[in-house]
Design a protein around this ligand. Structure first.
Ligand code: FES
Ligand code: FES
Length: 156
């Protein structure tokens, strides 16, 4: 049995039919081919599958697509505007925070959500916000530098 859903992803509506057990991660990657969202553990442990659901970071491997019905999803593909990278994306590049890039979409989306709430967070708040995302490359210091650079008003 399939269920009808209609999810707003990166500014577009996507009506679809999904199995009840399809995760939001599977829907984004498998159906919409938005492969910027990464699957690490698939169990809610690594944070690399984070997307924004109504502006808040969620592990998309733990959210069913049917539970995102009628809601607003932002993935990494939705951040650039008019061909210009989002300031957080630009800061990660400028500060050399992208190594293999596997954790980067989750780090950037979570940073965006944090800065939308608090434009100049303290170091402890940044660490707490990003603490659930595993960076296998150990780029934590450069990621922290990137977030602080945006918070210090380098956002354009
Ligand atoms: S893939 Fe979702 S938390 Fe690891
Ligand atoms: S840059 Fe490779 S996992 Fe973070």
């Amino acid at each position: 049995m399939k269920i009808s859903i209609d999810i707003h992803v990166n500014g577009e509506q996507y009506p679809a039919e999904v199995e009840p057990r399809t995760t939001l991660l599977e829907f984004l990657r498998g159906t919409l081919h938005l492969t910027g969202t990464k699957e690490g553990c698939g169990l809610g442990d690594c944070g690399t599958c984070i997307v924004l659901l109504d502006g808040k970071p969620v592990n998309s491997c733990l959210v069913l697509a049917v539970d995102a019905n009628g809601r607003r999803v932002t993935t990494i593909e939705g951040l650039a505007e008019d061909g210009k990278l989002h300031p957080v994306q630009q800061s990660f590049i400028d500060n050399g925070a992208v190594q293999c890039g596997f954790c980067t979409p989750a780090m950037i989306l979570t940073t965006k959500a944090l800065l939308d709430k608090n434009p100049d967070p303290a170091e402890g708040e940044i660490k707490q916000a990003l603490g659930g995302i595993l960076c296998r490359c150990g780029s934590y210091q450069k990621i922290l530098n990137s977030v602080q650079a945006v918070g210090k008003g380098e956002r354009k």
